[in-house]
Design a protein around this ligand. Structure first.
Ligand SMILES: [Zn+2]
Length: 357
């Protein structure tokens, strides 16, 4: 069997090189899969800029959004993490984030598994093959994908799960009623997918604010946003958003790295804001005076992925997901191109023949 072709960083800040690495011997709970493509995430870009995450062991291969096809499975790995039978040739997703399953957070607050005290990040997606030993990483999951789900679409499952988790949490506490007027405030891959998820979960109106009129704003409209709004100042953007919505303001604002004060200003009194993080904080006076709810939501836990796979698969014909991706070959030039890509998500393509139409 051939070796694995992978992008390798020898240490913090070292330029990526493409190397042939040994194909690992699989244990009884191991899986080896051909990687169709892997999305380039903010964490990957940080590695290219020289970041040295606490859990990193060097040399390392970046890549946390890979989807692939099983080539080899250990004798004891007969089912995926939901009990679906596995076979060579099945399409699979291995989430990068593996909680430890032993700390106080994992034991007592599994829905907040992203806050695990000793998590492991399974990187390695920037390669033509990946391998995971589930005996060494009991918190790691393996999900079998629908046979007719193209691998390029599956690379979006992680960011899609982040968007879906946040909206599901708002729905669970009654802050995202059917027909709600939703404002997505900000740009980026997760903001764009939030436009799709909000509609799939029953939003009445979906508006995007703070998206400069470029390819991103156009994509948002192609994803079903009723309007995209951007003005020179945050105050003007808020004024146009409120004018577009009419009435009292938005029921729910999803803030993606923009001004929190501006996000709150778009809400009706009694409305709610989901905060995906980033940018400046605000005083808390406004929260109590206007009876607002602010809900923070950080990435997604492994258990958030199965509903994301189901919803993304079901919604695949309703949104132009392919248009949000740029594709780049697994070469040093391809990595440089992917890092500069203006697309909401860039893909490094390990095996162009299997990523799907
Ligand atoms: Zn833990």
């Amino acid at each position: 069997m051939s070796d694995i072709r992978a992008a390798v960083l020898t240490g913090p800040g070292a330029p990526p090189t493409i190397q042939m690495v040994d194909r690992p011997r699989l244990g009884r709970q191991g899986a080896l899969y051909a990687i169709g493509a892997c999305g380039v995430s903010e964490a990957d870009l940080a590695l290219l800029r020289g970041a040295a995450p606490a859990d990193a062991t060097w040399p390392l291969t970046p890549g946390q959004r890979a989807a692939g096809i099983l080539e080899e499975i250990g004798a004891d790995l007969t089912e995926d993490s939901l009990g679906t039978p596995l076979r060579v040739g099945a399409k699979v997703l291995v989430p990068a984030f593996a909680p430890c399953l032993r700390c106080a957070v994992c034991l007592h607050h599994p829905a907040q598994a992203t806050r695990c005290l000793h998590p492991v990040q399974l990187r390695g997606g920037w390669a033509d093959r990946g391998a995971t030993d589930f005996a060494a990483h009991p918190g790691a999951r393996l999900y079998r994908l629908p046979d007719d789900m193209p691998l390029w679409l599956a690379t979006l499952v992680g960011p899609f799960a982040t968007a879906q988790r946040a909206l599901r949490r708002a729905q669970e506490i009654g802050r995202f009623p059917p027909g709600a007027t939703v404002v997505v405030h900000g740009t980026g891959c997760i903001a764009l997918l939030t436009v799709a998820v909000a509609q799939e979960m029953g939003a009445g109106r979906t508006i995007v604010a703070g998206a400069p009129e470029d390819g991103f704003a156009r994509l948002c409209r192609q994803f079903g946003a009723e309007a995209t709004i951007e003005a020179d100042t945050a105050e003007e953007t808020v004024a146009i958003v409120r004018e577009t919505i009419g009435g009292l303001g938005a029921d729910l604002v999803l803030r993606h790295g923009t001004s929190l004060a501006a996000s709150l200003a778009m809400l009706r009194d009694g409305g709610s804001c989901i905060d995906f993080g980033g940018a400046a904080a605000t005083g808390t006076g406004e929260l109590s005076e206007r009876d607002l709810t602010l809900l923070g939501s950080a990435t997604h836990a492994p258990s958030d992925l199965p509903p994301a796979i189901r919803m993304l698969h079901k919604a695949r014909g309703r949104y132009p997901f392919l248009s949000m991706l740029s594709r780049h070959p697994l070469t040093t030039a391809g990595i440089a191109e992917a890092a500069r890509s203006p697309a909401p998500m860039a893909l490094l393509v390990g095996n162009p023949d299997i990523i799907g139409p």
